[in-house]
Design a protein around this ligand. Structure first.
Ligand code: GLY
Length: 360
C-alpha cells in the first residue's frame, strides 16, 4: 500500500488548491454528509469558487449523504456511485471526502470501487476521524448491524487535517476522538501518554492540541507503514476495541447509543486490566488511565447480568480467528502484546475489576 501524505494545515483552501493541482484529474467531486455540509462547507467555498473560476465550465459536483454511522450503508454507497456516474465521473476523476469517519470510510470505499478505483483526498472534520479513520487506508461500510463488514484497503492520495473544523464539535465528540489519542499514547511512550493526561480537556486549546495530534497521527502512520494490511503489528491499533465494540453494540441494542470513543475508553480500561493480569502491565499506569476515564468519560453502568451478552458480542468480533476471542494487550506502555485470548470466566473477572475501578 502506498504511503499516505498527511498535511496539518489551518489554510484548508490553499491545501486543497495545492493537491488538486498536483493530482491530475478531469472532474472534481466533493462528498459530505448533510451536517458537515452545513457546518464545514462554508469554510471550503473560497476553494470551490476559485477552482470553478480556473476550470471554465467544470463545476465541482457536490454529493451529500445522511449523517451518522447508521448511514454507512450499501444504499448510501449506491447513491454515491450513482451520483458519480450521472455527473460524468471517469476513471480519472478525483473525489474529496469531507467529514468524519463515516464519510471518509464510505467515500474511500466508493472511490476504491468506482470504475475499479479513482483517486481521493480525505479532509477530516472531526477529531476522531483525524486521528483514526481518515488515516491508514481502511475503507468500508456497515452491513445491517455489522460494522465495517464490507470494505477494502485503499489509501487516500492525501489526508488534510485542520483543527479549525474541530471548533464545531461539542465536548462529547472531542472526548470521543481523544480516546483514540489515549490509545496511541499507550502504544507510544510514557512521555506522550503523560502529555495527553496533562492536556486540559476542559478548554481544548487547539494550538496546544496540534502537536499532540500530530504525534498521535504519526503513531498510527508508523504502525500502518510497517503492517498496512493488518497481518500482525497493526492489530496493536485494536487495543481497547474488543471490549469497546462489545460495549458500543450493547449500548445500541439497549437503546442508549454512545459515541465510539466512549466505548473505546471503557474498553481500554478493561484491556489494561487484562494486560495487568496476563502480561504484567504496570498497576500504577492502569490506575492512572482508569481514574482518568472515570473522571472524564464517566462509567458505563453494567451488572453481572450483562456479562453473557457482552461475551456473546465479543465472540462475533471480526478480529477473532476460530472460536476464541482475540485481544491486543500491553506488557508496558509502548509494548503491545498481540493475539491473546480469554475465556468467559476470565472476561467476567475483568468486568468485575472494571466495575470496581469505575465505582459501580
Ligand atoms: N482503526 C484501526 C486501524 O485503522 O487499524
Amino acid at each position: 500500500m502506498s504511503e499516505q501524505q498527511v498535511v496539518f494545515t489551518n489554510d484548508i483552501c490553499q491545501a486543497l488548491a495545492n493537491f488538486t493541482q498536483r493530482i491530475a484529474h478531469d472532474r472534481l467531486f466533493i462528498l459530505t454528509d448533510i451536517t458537515t455540509q452545513e457546518l464545514c462547507m462554508p469554510v471550503l467555498l473560497p476553494f470551490i469558487n476559485q477552482y470553478e473560476k480556473e476550470h471554465d465550465g467544470h463545476l465541482v459536483c457536490r454529493i451529500a449523504i445522511a449523517a451518522t454511522d447508521q448511514s454507512k450503508t450499501v444504499e448510501s454507497l449506491a447513491h454515491v456511485w450513482s451520483e458519480l456516474s450521472a455527473n460524468g465521473a471517469t476513471r480519472h476523476s478525483l473525489l474529496i471526502n469531507v467529514g468524519g469517519g463515516m464519510v471518509t470510510d464510505l467515500g474511500g470505499f466508493a472511490a476504491a470501487t468506482f470504475k475499479r478505483g479513482i483517486k481521493f483526498i480525505n479532509v477530516a472534520t472531526t477529531l476522531l476521524g483525524a486521528v483514526d479513520a481518515a488515516v491508514g487506508g481502511k475503507t468500508g461500510i456497515n452491513l445491517g448491524n455489522l460494522k465495517n463488514e464490507v470494505g477494502a484497503f485503499a489509501p487516500a492520495d492525501a489526508v488534510l487535517i485542520s483543527t479549525r473544523f474541530f471548533e464545531t464539535l461539542d465536548q462529547k465528540n472531542l472526548l470521543s476522538g481523544y480516546a483514540e489519542m489515549l490509545k496511541h499514547g499507550l502504544l507510544s511512550t510514557d512521555k506522550h501518554l503523560a502529555d495527553l493526561l496533562a492536556y486540559d480537556i476542559r478548554h481544548w486549546d487547539m494550538a496546544t492540541l496540534l502537536p499532540l495530534l500530530e504525534y498521535s497521527v504519526n503513531v498510527k502512520r508508523d504502525v500502518v507503514r510497517q503492517d498496512p494490511f493488518e497481518k500482525g503489528l497493526r492489530k496493536a491499533l485494536n487495543l481497547g476495541h474488543t471490549f469497546g465494540h462489545a460495549f458500543e453494540t450493547f449500548c445500541m441494542k439497549t437503546g442508549q447509543p454512545v459515541l465510539h470513543g466512549y466505548a473505546v475508553a471503557w474498553g481500554l480500561v478493561c484491556e489494561l486490566v487484562m494486560s495487568q493480569q496476563q502480561v504484567g502491565f504496570p498497576s500504577d499506569k492502569l490506575y492512572a488511565i482508569a481514574s482518568y476515564v472515570k473522571e472524564n468519560y464517566g462509567p458505563l453502568h453494567i451488572t453481572c447480568d450483562d456479562y453473557d451478552t457482552l461475551v456473546e458480542l465479543m465472540k462475533h468480533d471480526k478480529k477473532n480467528e476460530g472460536d476464541s476471542i482475540n485481544f491486543t494487550l500491553m506488557s508496558a506502555v509502548g509494548q503491545p502484546s498481540l493475539n491473546h485470548t480469554a475465556d468467559k470466566e476470565q472476561i467476567g473477572i475483568v468486568l468485575d475489576i472494571y466495575r470496581d475501578l469505575m465505582g459501580i
